[in-house]
Design a protein around this ligand. Structure first.
Ligand SMILES: N[C@@H](CCC(=O)N[C@@H](CS)C(=O)NCC(=O)O)C(=O)O
Length: 223
């Protein structure tokens, strides 16, 4: 039996969360290495050569130690048929998920904002979500009238767009009010069995960031 992928990261979403989402969607059981809580744990990983660029996320999977979030996501998506059926579909998927990656970067960094910048960053994050990214996904669904964003079958684009929607809604619960097709999309994709399970309380999905995780990350990475 193949060993379960093992994830090396903090007890928080950050750059690892989309990896958790894709594995969970594919129905792949995975485990978390001891969450990074101290500088010593991180230095141990650095010293044993596990982190190619001295950064996490790192995932042990199929006898490899993979780093670089996009490389890890590409591997999982390719392996589990979440990456389209040909190069054209893949190009569309790549475009759509790069939008989510840009938005997620803002969401991920927002809790690390200085007190002076918090309000401005919050407004920008919600503005970008509702004026730049969500309209694109709404239009894609409207133009082709299908259930999924690309090729009428589930792909990582659906998963990653859903992930972003849910994170934005935690901050602004009316964020989808102008996007009826995305509301239906959210309900549909959230209801797929593996995703539904991942959205249940007690799953391996990590919770909203709080002061504790910000403090831990700052301490471990000496930011
Ligand atoms: N391009 C990398 C960036 C990874 C990254 O910046 N990771 C942070 C934690 S989320 C880190 O390890 N920072 C320590 C450092 O850069 O020295 C990726 O996408 O995985």
């Amino acid at each position: 039996m193949a060993t379960k992928p093992k994830l090396y990261y903090f007890n928080g979403r950050g750059r690892m969360e989309t990896i958790r989402w894709l594995l969970a969607t594919a129905g792949v059981e995975f485990e978390e290495a001891e969450y990074l809580e101290t500088r010593e744990q991180y230095e141990k990983l650095l010293q044993d050569g596990s982190l190619l660029f001295q950064q996490v996320p790192m995932v042990e999977i199929d006898e490899m130690k993979l780093v670089q979030t996009r490389a890890i996501l590409n591997y999982i998506a390719g392996k589990h048929n979440l990456y389209g059926k040909d190069m054209k579909e893949r190009a569309l998927i790549d475009m759509y998920v790069e939008g989510t990656m840009d938005l997620n970067e803002m969401i991920m960094l927002y809790p690390f904002s200085s007190p002076e910048e918090k309000e401005k960053n919050f407004a920008l994050m919600i503005q970008r979500a509702t004026n730049r990214y969500f309209p694109v996904y709404e239009k894609v669904l409207k133009d082709h009238g299908q259930d999924f964003l690309v090729g009428n079958q589930l792909s990582r684009a659906d998963v990653q767009v859903l992930e972003s929607i849910l994170m934005i809604e935690e901050y602004e619960h009316t964020a989808l009010s102008e996007f009826p097709l995305l509301q239906a999309f959210k309900a549909r994709i959230s209801n797929l069995p593996t995703i539904k399970k991942f959205l249940q309380p007690g799953s391996q999905r990590r919770t909203e960031p709080d002061d504790r995780i910000v403090e831990t990350v700052n301490k471990v990475l000496q930011l």
